[in-house]
Write a protein that binds this ligand. Structure first.
Ligand SMILES: Nc1nc2c(ncn2[C@@H]2O[C@H](COP(=O)(O)O[C@H]3[C@@H](O)[C@H](n4cnc5c(=O)[nH]c(N)nc54)O[C@@H]3COP(=O)(O)O)[C@@H](O)[C@H]2O)c(=O)[nH]1
Length: 742
């Protein structure tokens, strides 16, 4: 109605306007005009009206064309793919994005069916979607896949039917990337939950922010219990600081760490985890998350351990087997080469094992082998290797050898330990063994040869009747035989009165007076002549004979000091060497010495006990107690060979040492070596500060004596003044003065 009215109004206006144009140009229309003229006028008005209408139409058409052009441009170049589709799916129009989406020129798309581009499994979905678009109201939306060049592409379609309801405008967006991300996230979430491995995600401050179900299964902590806790929740305390420092170093430098770690469950149980940690960084490189994945490998480790044990260890004794022994020997050789050290291989074979096996049975034989293994183990250090290559054979590697004594100490310990009977069930039996010894690098430098030669030496020991050890090298064997002879002869030396004591003066450097002497034992062997204490004292220590010998020396010295106190000087003092073995021995009667001095009416100060630095280093409570008893009884203590061991001021203070003896290795060089000179000066100064007197050992020249005097040294001992001599000869030193400064 309104449109009709508007049009009537427009027509009326148009007529008035046309009338106006005509009246401006022609004769005005009056009632006086004839009908013909009125008709002409009417025609003119119509003509003007038509011209005007035509102009308006032209204008409207131009405007529409501009609008259409703009719409087409917008449609064509829109960043979204647009299609105009008919209800049957026919494509009426497609823009450039649409062309790009389908990968086909627009000319070839138009008038074709859109469904041809839809993946087979989504065609029904698309059909139903179109129906909904054309039957429903407003925009409809669906997600389907298109086939583009054989590749499926996910698109999201939104379509709205137009006013004619004959076509719809469908916009399509490629959501393949989005779909992939979602799928990946879903997959990751599924894996995260379903994984057998425990996962723990922490923030940059190592606070737990997420855990999976496997975490709960493995550790016992629920997600609620774990979240917001520190990652140290599972720390077992088994790994040391160095372990964690190394782990954090790698995490901070590479972002990753993986390895074995002991973890703690909620119930306190421990497990070995195989842990791998990865770091997630922000775009700016900041740590955002650390993701830790771990599994319990305790069982696996135990199985591995069993397999390794079976591969490397003897099942009966638990000792390394032949394979592991060869490996260890190889390593020991490499180390000895690197450090310029020697090592020894001891090949051991039981002497009558076959008989025991045959008569008492294999079970008893096995138990005997086990017992033997235990006794052998007790004779070696933890760092040595004892192996059982098979049968009744054992092999030992002794490395870090500093002296041959230690080889023979082990060999003798082994032979000695076999001397005791083996109690097997109700049977008691005796077993001996033979030992062959080779040395690296003296006898061989490769594994096989060292073992082969040790085996040969072992057979040599067997040929000599067993129960002994044999070196492979003849020279070593000769030296060992000599040591064995000395050992045997030493047992009778005391009873046969083959020992005597030499005395060496300890001279007061300021006055030249001799009020002190050191007692040094001498062994006059009936066939070998004078044997040096340097040779027999270590054997006496190994065999324990040193205790008896030391007692004898003390008694000799006490007798001598009594004599010299009355005859020469009332404060004469004699130093007696006391070996660490004596200190540790149960048979060492410390009070006996003082009682003996009292018995002789001698004060404690008439005897000085010389000890070595090593004794202070390893001082057990027994040693400490004994040193304090000396102090209480007035007996003085002198620290021998100072400077050669682990000299420490704290020991000197702690044990109340009276004299410090500078070792002759320093004194020897005081006139030639500035370092030794400085060391001597320092030792003297330091000893004085601690209230000790200093004795310089091994003075052989007047220059050495003069230097030491100037440095403030209190006493001197050495060949310059006198060698150690028998007591009668010593007495001659009391009288004449000579060029030694006496
Ligand atoms: N436990 C015991 N040990 C003892 C006893 N008697 C001696 N020993 C120790 O034996 C080692 C060797 O002693 P020895 O062969 O007697 O050598 C001593 C001196 O003769 C020697 N010396 C002295 N002056 C000089 C010198 O100017 N030059 C030089 N080259 N050697 C010299 O030094 C040894 C003194 O040793 P020390 O005890 O360190 O003062 C030796 O370790 C003795 O300790 C004993 O009864 N029991």
């Amino acid at each position: 109605m309104k449109k009709k009215h508007d049009r009537a109004k427009e027509t009326k206006n148009l007529r008035q306007f046309a009338e106006q144009v005509i009246s401006d140009n022609l004769v005005p229309v009056t009632d006086t005009l004839t009908d013909e003229k009125k008709l002409v006028h009417e025609l003119l008005v119509h003509q003007v009206e038509l011209v005007m209408q035509n102009e308006a139409l032209q204008e409207a058409r131009a405007t529409t064309e501009i609008a259409l052009e703009r719409y087409t441009e917008l449609f064509d170049f829109a960043p979204t793919a647009y299609f105009t589709l008919a209800a049957d799916g026919g494509i009426h129009q497609a823009n450039f994005r649409g062309e790009l989406l389908l990968g086909i020129e627009r000319g070839k798309i138009v008038r074709k069916q859109f469904i041809n581009h839809v993946s087979g499994e989504y065609r029904q979905v698309f059909k139903r979607f179109l129906e909904t678009v054309f039957t429903g109201e407003g925009a409809q939306q669906c997600e389907i896949t298109l086939q583009v060049g054989g590749i499926p592409i996910w698109v999201s379609i939104e379509a709205t039917v137009d006013a004619s309801r004959k076509t719809c405008l469908a916009s399509m967006i490629d959501i393949s990337e989005q779909k992939r991300n979602v799928q990946e996230l879903q997959l990751a979430a599924t894996i995260y939950l379903a994984l057998d491995e425990a996962i723990m995600v922490a923030d940059a401050n190592n606070q737990i922010i997420s855990v999976n179900e496997a975490f709960t299964r493995l550790t016992g902590y629920t997600a609620a219990e774990a979240i917001n806790q520190s990652t140290s929740l599972l720390k077992s305390g088994r790994q040391n600081e160095a372990f964690y420092q190394e782990m954090w170093h790698l995490l901070n430098t590479t972002g990753h760490w993986q390895g074995e770690i002991w973890n703690l469950r909620k119930n306190g149980g421990e497990f070995i985890g195989w842990l791998s940690i990865s770091t997630i960084y922000s775009d700016t490189g900041e740590v955002v998350h650390r993701v830790a994945m771990f599994s319990d490998i305790t069982d696996k480790k135990q199985t591995e351990d069993i397999i390794r044990k079976q591969a490397d260890f003897d099942l009966l004794t638990g000792l390394p087997n032949r394979r592991l022994f060869y490996d260890r020997l190889q390593q020991a050789i490499k180390k000895a080469k690197r450090e310029g050290q020697k090592l020894a291989v001891l090949f051991l074979d039981l002497d009558q094992f076959k008989d025991i096996n045959d008569t008492l049975g294999h079970e008893i034989g096995d138990r005997l082998l086990n017992e033997v293994a235990q006794r052998l183990d007790a004779c070696i250090r933890d760092s040595d290797t004892l192996a059982r290559p098979g049968g009744d054979e054992f092999i030992i590697i002794l490395d870090n050898l500093d002296e041959f004594n230690s080889i023979e100490r082990v060999a003798n310990c082994i032979l000695g330990s076999m001397a005791l009977p083996f109690q097997l069930e109700h049977e008691s039996c005796y077993v001996s063994l033979s030992i062959g010894i080779t040395l690296f690098p003296d006898d061989a430098v490769v594994v096989d040869e060292l073992v082969k030669k040790a085996d040969q030496a072992m057979y040599a020991a067997k040929r000599q009747g067993g129960k002994r050890f044999c070196y492979f090298a003849p020279s070593m064997q000769a030296a060992a035989d000599s040591r064995l002879r000395i050992t045997n002869d030493l047992r009778n030396a005391l009873a046969n009165q083959q020992f005597w004591v030499a005395y060496q003066p300890i001279v007061d450097l300021a006055t030249g007076d001799i009020h002190k002497a050191e007692a040094l034992i001498r062994w006059q062997h009936p066939t070998q002549g004078l044997i040096s204490p340097a040779e027999f004292i270590p054997i006496a220590e190994d065999t324990g004979m040193i205790v008896e010998i030391g007692e004898w020396v003390f008694h000799q010295a006490a007798k001598q000091v009594l004599k010299w106190r009355s005859k020469h000087h009332p404060h004469f003092q004699i130093s007696v060497n006391k070996s660490p073995v004596q200190f540790e021995s149960q048979h060492d009667n410390i009070n006996g010495w003082f009682e003996h001095l009292q018995h002789l009416e001698l004060p404690g100060a008439s005897i000085t006990v010389e000890i070595t630095e090593g004794l202070l280093m390893d001082a057990s409570s027994i040693v400490s107690e004994k040193l304090l008893i000396y102090r209480d009884t007035g007996m003085q203590v002198s620290l021998d060979d100072f400077g050669t061991g682990y000299s420490s001021m704290s020991y000197l203070k702690k044990f109340d040492i009276d004299y410090l003896k500078i070792d002759q290795s320093f004194v020897r060089n005081v006139t030639t070596d500035s370092t030794d000179r400085t060391l001597c000066e320092t030792m003297i100064m330091m000893a004085h500060k601690l209230g000790m007197k200093v004795i310089a050992e091994g003075i052989e020249t007047a220059e050495q004596r003069d230097f030491l005097m100037q440095a403030g040294c209190d006493y001197g001992q050495g060949y310059l003044f006198s060698r150690p001599v028998p007591a009668e000869e010593f007495e001659l030193l009391f009288h004449p003065r000579n060029d030694t400064g006496l």
